[in-house]
Design a protein around this ligand. Structure first.
Ligand code: FDP
Length: 343
């Protein structure tokens, strides 16, 4: 007798949900939603697909290496930095959902050309984080955050719209271009991760409701800066890697791209730190488009994010390219680090 297997009706499962469907489902739960946010997010995800596609072929397409210019931070601009920046600006500006943008690669506010509508949102981004990894085929990423505008509707956005604290973020996320490409985002209540299927050309929900462990076993810091740190940070690193009766020595992992290091920290737990040092007196990472969006995600996943004294999300920004020290990750690990750092 032949037996046949009935596949039956598709089970309702969050796995197999596209990013677009996920956004639409959430939009329908908010009766007053206009679709603007969903529209903006679709443009960000399109930009991420374009950047991801170029990153995956970088060694073949003549886009490795430097442009020969430096950016506002005085860093060498890589060709892929330029490409990623232009891709996000071009994809988002025509959509009519934002009134101004801020980018790591651009000194001032990026205005929306007058032929396009001035939308109600403000987008900030680091188009290609971890540029040092581009030429060696290691993980890199894009980080972004979305705020509501403060200036009157319909007018061009200004610097005032960009200088908002992380506590007013509407949504933040990142895309990691790694062994697979993933987009992770949050609107503050939970953190969801989507893996890109290049065959289908879509991001699919693969990591619903990411929760960071209360404590991990990995620390992530550029230990080459040891001699420039405060005594407190030095003592914390000495302590965390020393086995004792109460704890095993923590493992060190540092890729040198904030996106990838924080992504691992979110999934596995532990702590990512870029403290101030004698060279980088305010730390190295930028508040508005690196530290704040990542702090928003880490907190939404149940973690902690501090500059050493206060929550990163409460810092009132004064400048577009302001820097801040960063201690973020599992609550217990961050509490340990701050105990040493503040002593
Ligand atoms: P990069 O300069 O390569 O763009 O954004 C700055 C950043 O990378 C972070 O992604 C990364 O965590 C950090 O700098 C690495 O800095 P160090 O090389 O000083 O460790």
């Amino acid at each position: 007798m032949s037996s046949s297997v009935s596949i039956g009706p598709a089970q309702h499962s969050p796995i197999g949900t596209t990013l677009e469907r996920h956004l639409l489902d959430r939009q329908r739960q908010m009766p007053r939603a206009t679709g603007d946010f969903t529209g903006l997010f679709q443009q960000i995800s399109l930009a991420a697909k374009i950047i991801g596609s170029r990153v995956s072929k970088a060694g073949l397409s003549g886009i490795l290496g430097r442009t020969g210019t430096t950016n506002v931070q005085g860093e060498q601009v890589q060709k892929l930095d330029d490409f990623a920046n232009a891709t996000i600006v071009n994809t988002v500006e025509a959509g009519g959902h934002v009134c101004v943008m801020g980018s790591e690669e651009v000194e001032g506010p990026i205005q929306i050309p007058s032929e396009y509508p001035q939308g109600k949102y403000v987008l900030q981004f680091d188009p290609l984080d971890g540029s040092g990894n581009i030429d060696i085929n290691a993980s890199i990423g894009t980080i972004f955050s979305i705020h509501r505008r403060l200036t009157p509707d319909g007018t061009p956005g200004t610097l005032r719209d960009l200088l908002q604290p992380g506590s007013d973020i509407v949504a933040a996320g990142y895309v990691v271009y790694g062994s697979s490409n993933m987009l992770v985002y949050s609107t503050g209540d939970q953190v969801d991760g989507f893996t890109y299927d290049p065959g289908v050309g879509e991001f699919f929900l693969s990591h619903p409701n990411i929760r960071i462990p209360q404590r991990g076993s990995i620390y992530s810091i550029n230990e080459g800066n040891y001699h420039g740190w405060t005594e407190g940070v030095q003592k914390w690193v000495d302590w965390i890697k020393a086995p004792s009766e109460n704890k095993r020595a923590y493992r060190l992992r540092y890729i040198g791209a904030m996106v990838a290091d924080v992504h691992r920290t979110l999934l596995r737990g532990g702590i990512f730190v870029y403290p101030a040092d004698t060279k980088n007196k305010q730390g190295k990472l930028r508040l508005l488009y690196e530290a704040s969006p990542m702090a928003f995600l880490v907190e939404a996943a149940g973690g902690t994010a501090s500059d050493g004294d206060r929550r990163i999300l409460t810092i009132e920004p004064k400048e577009l390219h302001q820097r801040t020290p960063v201690f973020m990750g599992s609550p217990d690990d961050v509490a340990d680090a701050l105990r040493f750092a503040r002593a």
